[in-house]
Write a protein that binds this ligand. Sequence first.
Ligand SMILES: [Fe+2]
Ligand SMILES: [Fe+2]
Length: 302
Amino acid sequence: MTLPQPTEPTEEGGGPGLRRDDVSSACRSVLDEADPLAKVKAARQAARDWRLGRLDWAFTTPMPDRPARSDRPPLLPPSRMPRRGRAGSARARIAMLHALAHIEYVAIDLAFDLIGRFGASFPHRFVDQWMKVGAEEAMHFALLERRLNAYGARYGDLPAHDGLWEAAETTAADPLARLAVVPMVLEARGLDVTPSLISRFEAADDMRSGRILRRIAEDEIGHVAAGVEWFRFLCDRERIDCVQNWQLQVRRHFRGTIKPPFNDSSRAKAGLTKEMMAGVAAPCDLSHTNFVAEGGAIPDRG
Ligand SMILES: [Fe+2]
Ligand SMILES: [Fe+2]
C-alpha cells in the first residue's frame, strides 16, 4: 500500500491531514510489487482495506502495461521451457509446483489489474468479488511457495513461462474481451488439468500437495463463475447475446486453442455450458491433456 500522504481532509473521512487510498491506487500497489511475498502482502492489504471500507470508490491511478517483475524467476518463451524430469520424481514435482506457483503469482496481478482497469464501469459488487479473488490467488501462491520450501526449493529457482501476461495485454482496452479470455478461457483451463495433477502428487504419496491443489481447484470454480457472471452482466447491459459474443471474443482475442477433454462438472458449476464450449473447442487431442506434468507448456490459468 502507498503510505498516507498529507492532504486536505475529505468528506469521506480518513482523518485530518491523511489522504485515503482509492480502489485504483490500492490495485496499483499490488502490480508495482515485484517481490513475490511483498505482492502477496499488498494483495491481502488491498482486499482487507476494501472490505473494511478504507478505500474510496475512485479510479484515479492508471494500471501499468506490465506489472513489476524481479529477475527471478527468469522468464522464457514457452518453447524454451526446460523439460521437467522423470515423471514421479521429486524434481518433476518441484517443477510442477513451481509452474503452478508462477501461474498464481501472475493471477494476483490479473485480478488487481481487472479491478483497477475496469472497476469504474461496474457496480461495487464487482470489486467485492474480484478483491476476494485476488486475495485467494495470493493465498494459493503462498501455499504453493510453502510446498516448494518443503522440497528445499523456492519460487524463482526455475525459469517460468513468459506467456501469461499476453492475454492481459491483448484485452487491455475492453472488459468484455478481458472477462471472455482471462477467467473464462485461461482460468477455466485450470479446472480441466488440475485433477490429473492431483493424481500425480497423490501417486507419489505427496498428499499435502494434493490437498492444496484440491483447495485451489474449488476456489478456481468461483473465479471462473465470477468471470461468467460479469461477462453476462455486460452482455445484458449491452443487450447482446452472451453465448455468441463469448465465442466471438474468444476467436478474436485468444491466440491458443481450447483443448478438450473438459472437466464438464467443474465447468458446469462455474456456468460454462457445453453449448458455449461447443462453439470454440478444438478437436479432441488427448496428447495435450497432461502438459504440466509432461514438461513444455503449462496451463494458462490462475
Ligand atoms: Fe484464479
Ligand atoms: Fe489461483
